[in-house]
Design a protein around this ligand. Sequence first.
Ligand code: HH2
Length: 287
Amino acid sequence: MHRWRFGNHDLDLTHRGLIMGIVNVTPDSFSDGGRFNDTGRAVEHALQLVAEGADILDIGGESTRPGAEPVEEAEELRRVLPVIRAVRSATQALISIDTMKAAVARAAIDAGADIINDVTGLRADAAMPRLAAQTNVGIVVMHMTGTPQTMQVNPQYADVVAEVRAYFEKRLQLMEHEGIAPERVVLDPGFGFAKTLEHNLTLLRELTQLSTLRPLLIGISRKSTIAKVIGSDAMDDRYWPTVALTAHAREHGARIVRVHDVRPNREALRMMEAVLGTPREASASNV
Ligand code: HH2
């Protein structure tokens, strides 16, 4: 259940989760202010994240923050491809491409990406499920409704946890039907995507209910949920609450955390995993 298999990789996440470090190659990214928006700096940042212990680098050229403007395919390719090529030649870390466009995912895979991270769960571009079926890359399926332009307009659920879980089940079923093995997929509840503060908190509280289908990935790093709870908009103030949420998410079944600040979140993950311990059989076989 906590195994993620794709390409030549067979990742057993049962006792050890993964850190996905965020590399935004966007001039308008909400969380790092576009500081890494040229190739050289993005590559430098990516390699710094690897040095801090990132297992996966999530490279994205289109911001999905609420209300963000869509980016043309050519521009998105211009942003991400040189970064992926350079990072691929410099590190063995896994690379995910954060995109909703099949053409961008295709080019990214050709340039060395291992994973497609699609915030629409392969729904925005009809060519995406086909591409996923034709390749053997890993897939991150995130939950959202609407588009980044519309998603925060009065999102409503009768039962947000049940609806996200039902969405996961349906996506896994449809994707399997389309030729995408479930073992290649990890699931993400999509914090901040068509969710109010209350929805986000409920999902965090009930995370274990979502972690029994496939490995669960959580992207809550520096998000506005934190700003609302702590009553500060400053980016620097979101650092420590993110670390707290990483520990919480791991304890409640998540296995991959998508974060801006790799080192402290990695340490939180390792610390929580030490507390959770390994079952007797697993530790006995390691001696
Ligand atoms: N959140 C963002 C982007 N991609 N992918 C997954 N799987 N899960 C997420 O929660 C997620 C995501 C938005 O955050 P960020 O990348 O920091 O900002 P931006 O959208 O401006 O790039």
